[in-house]
Design a protein around this ligand. Structure first.
Ligand code: IMP
Length: 205
């Protein structure tokens, strides 16, 4: 069966629509940062496709860096602990930083990164996220560049994974295992949404 066309996937944003939206965000960033050279910090792994496209739609001398963190979903760790897995290559001191994220969910990851980058004396820090899921927010974070706001659904594709799968889909889809061929009801243990849903218990991003 094709990896790109499966019954448990309901397309939310087609590839063309995502590309058009990224071009708009890139144009806005180009305007907002005119005369400056921002550093794009791509949060591994989920923001790689978004970051790669956003980067190419910004008409400025940008630089690129990568960071990896792991976080724990609200249901497993009430502390909302975030751990640094891979640090940046370069110092952010005096830099205009744009954090590039795949999705803002609880906001815990971003709150952690924003705090860390301010402590490292970045000149400015803003956030670009392909998706925003505001219903599940636990920490208030300002996201300057949002691709799409989505309801409280578990989505995959365009970098977003479920157990490391589906990152390569060129579109964003709602994952509903209940719609899998030959599967009469929702597969136990597959988190979807609501209080039991815990998107990131393992190092991903
Ligand atoms: P948070 O904002 O700290 O809760 O974490 C955001 C991270 O959780 C994202 O970078 C994703 O890796 C992951 N995540 C949140 N919601 C989803 C989803 O619907 N699908 C896939 N990953 C998700």
């Amino acid at each position: 069966m094709s990896e790109f066309d499966q019954p448990q996937l309901t397309v939310l944003f087609e590839a063309e629509r995502i590309q058009a939206r990224i071009r708009e965000l890139g144009a806005r960033i180009t305007e907002d940062y005119a005369g400056r050279s921002p550093v794009l910090v791509i949060v591994l792994k989920g923001a790689v496709p978004f970051g790669a496209d956003l980067l190419r739609s910004i008409d400025l001398p940008v630089t690129l860096d990568f960071i990896a963190v792991s976080s724990y979903g609200a249901s497993t760790q009430s502390s909302g602990e975030v751990r640094l897995l891979k640090d940046l290559d370069a110092s952010l001191k005096g830099q205009d930083v744009i954090i590039v994220e795949d999705i803002v969910d609880t906001g815990l990851t971003l709150a952690y990164l924003l705090d860390m980058f301010h402590r490292r004396e970045a000149a400015s820090v803003r956030v670009a996220a392909l998706l925003d899921k505001p219903e599940r927010r636990r920490r208030a974070v300002e996201v300057s560049y949002i691709g799409f706001t989505i309801p409280n659904e578990f989505v995959v594709g365009f970098g977003l994974d479920y157990a490391e799968r589906y990152r390569n889909l060129p579109y964003v889809a709602i994952l509903d295992p209940a719609r899998q061929a030959g599967s009469p009801e929702r597969t136990p243990g597959i988190p979807m949404s609501g209080p039991g849903f815990s998107p990131r218990q393992a190092p991903v991003g």
